[in-house]
Design a protein around this ligand. Structure first.
Ligand SMILES: Cc1ncc(COP(=O)(O)O)c(C=O)c1O
Length: 362
């Protein structure tokens, strides 16, 4: 049994007729840049998420940059975020010449510990950037209350959580701006790079649409310093073909997650999803205390695993200038040593999940 981590090949085979037809339509029209499929996808994403505006863009990384550009984040502004995330979260803050300020995570959900945020606020703080890690939104009620109290903005890095919910709202419909990634292995992936920004704020939406085309408000007239940040029409066409199946995909992922939890929770720390939330299950991540040996054993049994993430951001070389040190965020540091993500996609069969779990339990 050879298990595939994300199973993109099987996914394509399942949706091949729809995807091929949509790509062919773009080729026939040659409307490669900002074709009508891009706008059609944006309306469909608004319908799916409940957000007033969905603005597609070139990646989840660029979505974060566009969000901060819309908020006019300035050099030396501080943005509070988690050190236990993919680099893009804090990298984009630094690219804006602002300062990422880290606070530690909850040890069970791996999301930012909202109770630690207030202590990190200074007169330079402009925004809080929670990450919906592995697919589950953070404690948005507490985060929003802190933001309201201190007049801060909330940008949700929802790269991993498209379709997840918090109190029955999608996490694209929370905060001031929420973002996502359509990287191929993400829960809703295109077949290249892609992303989106979501907001209910008309003014932000207007600026973001301008920013993604070089700050241009009329051809060759540039109101802002922006970026080349559009989603390709072909990627929009692929996402349009996949979106109708996405609710089914989410429930497939949920079933796989439940199967894992039922089989593994006696022996391992399995994911904790709070009762007012649902996860898009970008990853199914457990904690183990013998990770390297376990990974090698699973690999010998054709079971691929990935570590998300082996080094927290405050210890990364690129952030040395922030002067954090080992021991500053012990829960994130311990998570980096313990976590391991198991194969996750909606096409995993019962036999495959049983095979993975019986090897793990061994
Ligand atoms: C938490 C998080 N933020 C941002 C990104 C960046 O998304 P992209 O790869 O589409 O630029 C990712 C992608 O892995 C991510 O996991």
């Amino acid at each position: 049994m050879d298990i595939d981590f994300a199973n993109l090949q099987l996914q394509y085979q399942k949706y091949k007729a729809d995807i091929d037809a949509n790509i062919q339509a773009v080729l026939n029209k040659s409307n490669y840049i900002m074709g009508e499929e891009v706008h059609e996808l944006e309306r469909a994403l608004e319908g799916f998420t409940g957000a007033k505006h969905a603005i597609t863009c070139s990646s989840g990384t660029d979505a974060l940059l566009l969000a901060m550009m819309a908020m006019d984040i300035q050099p030396d502004d501080e943005i509070i975020t988690t050190p236990f995330t993919f680099i893009a979260t804090a990298e984009t803050i630094a690219l804006m010449k602002a300062k990422p300020v880290f606070v530690d995570i909850e040890s069970d959900t791996f999301n930012i510990d909202a109770n630690l945020i207030e202590a990190a606020i200074t007169d330079k703080t402009k925004a809080i950037m929670p990450v919906s890690l592995y697919g589950q939104p953070a404690d948005m009620d507490t985060i929003q209350a802190i933001a309201d109290k201190h007049n801060l903005k909330v940008i949700i890095d929802g790269a991993q959580s498209f379709g997840s919910t918090y109190n029955d709202k999608t996490d694209s419909n929370l905060g001031d701006i929420s973002t996502t990634s359509f990287f191929p292995a993400k829960p809703l992936g295109c077949y290249g790079d892609g992303g989106a920004v979501f907001t209910n704020n008309d003014e932000y939406a207007k600026i973001i649409k301008t920013m993604r085309v070089h700050g241009q408000n009329k051809r060759y007239h540039h109101k802002y310093i922006g970026m080349g940040g559009r989603l390709d029409t072909i990627q929009a066409a692929i996402l349009l073909a996949k979106l109708p199946y996405y609710t089914q995909e989410l429930s497939g992922r949920q079933q796989v997650a439940q199967h894992y939890t039922d089989a593994l929770s006696d022996r391992l720390q399995t994911p904790v999803i709070r009762s007012n939330r649902s996860s898009a299950w970008a990853q199914y991540t457990v904690r183990v205390n013998n990770r390297e040996a376990l990974q090698a054993m699973l690999k010998d049994n054709s079971i691929p695993t990935v570590v998300h993430y082996p080094m927290p951001l405050h210890l990364q070389e690129c952030f040395q200038y922030l002067n954090y040190k080992q021991g500053d965020f012990i829960i994130s540091e311990k998570a980096s040593r313990d976590v391991i993500s198991l194969p996750m996609n909606s096409f995993l069969s019962n036999e495959e999940v049983i095979h993975i779990c019986s090897n793990l339990n061994k």
